[in-house]
Design a protein around this ligand. Structure first.
Ligand code: ATP
Ligand code: MG
Length: 423
């Protein structure tokens, strides 16, 4: 036998027993987004590499070392999207969605990053994300955060912590950057290799470091708050006050800077301590600079993305049985005649009872084997059809989840009998 082929490291199948939980999550989230008037957009998975270099920025983990990039057959450098924001901006610009209008969009799908696979960190993972365009005020920042809070409620996930920060405007950040570089230079001995490098390329991101040895030094680092102008301050205050009034609690985390360069003012993350090191389940903020950076007229933008695998992991811990899916009826069909007749009966039942999950036995098998399959399907009732039932024009209804006796009824009465049982 030839050696069997395995999935690529860090890329996972969503198996049949897992997909109900994924569907539960996807449907609940879609319902919440609809309730706020957001519209789904679907972008290609493959984009020209240039898009991500220009949007995410050359000196980021993603662009430096995480992208799946290759030349297509025509020599064009293309990349499997590592995130959704860049492609969404590209699509919105290209299709004229940003001219004198506001947009509330969402997307979902797989993202690809060549990272070291571990729990909660994969090479193919999934995000649901929201992007809004054309709204400069803090109202939309607040709305977007309120959406995320409602999503956790809809999923039944308690105890996520909202961390909030503001990065100010690029100008305000510039002044802060200088103060920060001075502080880090004074503490150069405490910087790890990555941070040494970032000191010249992207010093703010040092704040984002997860290295525990640097923690103490980072906690004492100067914060941006003292560099904020009046407008940035009132923008931030509006968001905090709205969240306060809406009863959404948060903590201000001055070290929250986000990995990507295009953020301005608001940044937020939802974190949990239930997942070990990979504790961020949702991250977002305002990125007013991105559209211009990609060659358009400046358009204010706010969005977030959540990591589906991490949310699924929480749901699996909280409610392991939440999304088990069972059949309702299993048709045990004994012999060729009964099988043919049973398949047709199953069609009639699905016409009359479209809400039920009706599984007809296929692939033959004796009574015992078929009842085993019936049991595995989770069905509440088996309908049994063999030679004698065919002859009598009847069906046997056998309860599979109770000790009630089986009964034999006329085929004409099956729909009525099932309607009663599943009322
Ligand atoms: P991290 O700090 O965990 O690397 P990030 O800042 O790179 O996260 P974002 O680009 O903001 O992550 O993506 C938004 C969300 O997508 C994250 O909060 C996380 O829940 C999820 N996510 C990011 N990368 C991965 C991955 N490799 N595997 C699984 N989920 C991921
Ligand atoms: Mg990352």
């Amino acid at each position: 036998m030839a050696k069997s082929i395995q999935a690529i490291r860090g890329m996972h199948d969503v198996l049949p027993q897992q997909s109900p939980l994924w569907q539960f999550l996807e449907q609940r989230v879609a319902t919440v987004l609809k309730a706020y008037g957001y519209r789904e957009i679907r972008m290609p998975i493959l984009e020209v590499t240039e898009l991500f270099k220009r949007s995410i920025g050359e000196v980021t983990d993603i662009v430096e070392k995480e992208m799946y990039t290759f030349d297509d057959r025509n020599g064009l450098s293309v990349t499997m999207r590592p995130e959704g924001t860049a492609g969404c901006v590209r699509a919105a610009m290209e299709n004229g969605l940003l001219h004198n209008q506001t947009q509330r969009l969402w997307y979902q799908g797989p993202m690809f990053r060549y990272e070291k696979p571990q729990k909660g960190r994969y090479r193919q993972f999934h995000q649901i994300g929201v992007e809004t365009y054309g709204m400069a005020g803090p109202d939309i920042d607040a709305e977007v955060i309120l959406i995320t809070a409602r999503i956790w409620a809809a999923l039944g996930i308690p105890e996520l912590e909202l961390q909030l920060n503001t990065l100010g405007t690029p100008d305000e950040r510039q002044a802060y950057r200088e103060e920060l570089v001075a502080y880090f230079s004074d503490n150069a001995a405490l910087l790890d290799e990555d941070s040494q490098r970032r000191l010249t390329t992207n010093p703010l991101r040092i704040l984002d470091s997860k290295n525990p040895d640097m923690r103490d030094m980072l906690d004492k680092a100067p914060t941006l708050m003292s560099h904020l102008g009046e407008e940035s301050q009132s923008h931030f205050a509006f968001i905090r006050e709205t969240l306060d009034s809406a009863g959404v609690s948060y903590t201000i985390n001055p070290r929250l800077v986000r990995g990507l360069d295009y953020y301005s003012r608001t940044v937020f993350e939802w974190v949990t301590d239930q997942l070990g090191a990979q504790g961020t389940v949702c991250a977002g903020g305002r990125y007013d600079g991105l559209v211009e950076q990609l060659g358009g007229k400046p358009v204010p933008a706010v969005g977030f993305a959540m990591g589906i695998e991490r949310l699924i992991a929480i749901l699996e811990m909280l409610q392991p049985d939440a999304a088990t899916v069972n059949a309702d009826i299993y048709l045990v069909l004994l012999g060729e005649e009964a099988t043919r007749s049973g398949l047709v009966m199953a069609e009639q039942l699905r016409d009359a009872l479209p809400q039920l999950e009706i599984v007809a036995n296929c692939g033959g098998g004796g009574m015992k084997a078929q009842f085993k399959r019936a049991d595995r399907s989770g069905a509440r009732f088996a309908l049994v059809l063999g030679d004698s039932e065919l002859e009598n024009g009847t069906v046997v209804v056998k309860p599979l989840r109770s000790d009630d006796a089986q009964i034999e009824i006329s085929r004409d009465d099956v729909v009525t009998a099932l309607k009663q049982r599943f009322a």
